[in-house]
Ligand binder design. Sequence first.
Ligand SMILES: [Zn+2]
Ligand SMILES: [Zn+2]
Length: 424
Amino acid sequence: MVVSFMFLKRVRGVRDILPSEAEKIHIVVDTCTDIAKSFGFREVILPVLEHLELYLHTLGETTDIVEKQMFCIMPRGEHNKDELYVLRPEGTAGIVRMYKENNLKTIYSMRRFFYFGPMFRYERPQKGRFREFYQFGIEIFAEPPVGSDFVIIKLASLILERLNIKYELEINSIGCINCRKDFINSVGPKLEKLKHRLCNVCLQRLSKNPLRIFDCKTDMLWLSKEINVMDLDIQKFLCKNCNKEYEETLMLLKENNIEYKTIPTLVRGLDYYNGFVFEFKTNLLQAAQNTLCAGGRYDGLVSQVDAETKYACGAAFGIDRLVEVVQYLPINAVTKVGIAIVNDNYFHKAFSFIDNLLNIKNAVIIGPIKSKSLKAQLRIFNNENCKYVIIVGDEVKYNQVVVKNFEKNIQNVVNISEINKVIQ
Ligand SMILES: [Zn+2]
Ligand SMILES: [Zn+2]
């Protein structure tokens, strides 16, 4: 019989994360968590499944995610629109829903939250891009601009510095609805004249959110030659208030020695942003995926969902990219101890040492292993970099075992009650 092994292959675009990679991910995420907690952020765990409608309403119709990257799930036998789910493509929409649904503003006086987990996008798998990827996100609700923006930037820069990752911070202000109206009135007619050359996606954006055309790499190539780039500078259209906020943010960054570059065409890939937006970039990865952390304000989105909450801002870190570029990882020192048995008669007795060994700081216990010669067991423990091996044999009659120190290559008979004194 011919057996198909298709079912033993992983799904296209996802990865198996092996132990050394998983350990790196945790070190990076622990760093993010520690620093977020030191600014009063508290963890939330968001569901992976959300209603499709949530993303249609929050991310905006002209975003790539909504147009072509959603992982939709239709439950069996149900064809009701409410019953269409998605594997979450990002975290912000979910946390805004959680904030509203659980009325978090009445439970916590500081509404600073963080989350970590897998996100899903149905895109063509290519190097460095996966359909399942990991993000760490931070969000601040109900704190006005400038202060909350600065906290997010400071926190993100601390994380990158702690991980020893060199970055460039790119910032912009995309203004409020009023500034954007002026911008669209000015640039709109120019774009309208060139619309026959726009790609299909941007043609739709032209009527819905022209600002997003800047996100199109193909159109921007020729567009930047046709239109004076200065005309595309939304900062020239900022209203008095948006301008004041932006200037104050710049001042805070300068006062705190955070270097930045202003990029007038930085608009972010999602419709929900307004005001201050930013991206932390690295030159260690290729240009299409060199953003390590990105975010901005989404006051408009949060106030649409919860009228009493006027402000929100946040950022998300691409954990897979951080892991790729991180130079230095502090590794926790562990003491590995193997439990060997002279023969299988001591197999049960060998388990009685586990509680004892667990009292040793950072102990990692390996064994006992049945049906292997003592020599074979020692070889395994040596390959696993055990510092010590306890050899359980005849001496147990006298409440003793042999303790072998692999590093010093010495061994002693030790009273069982004194194992913890010998192994450190
Ligand atoms: Zn404005
Ligand atoms: Zn385009």
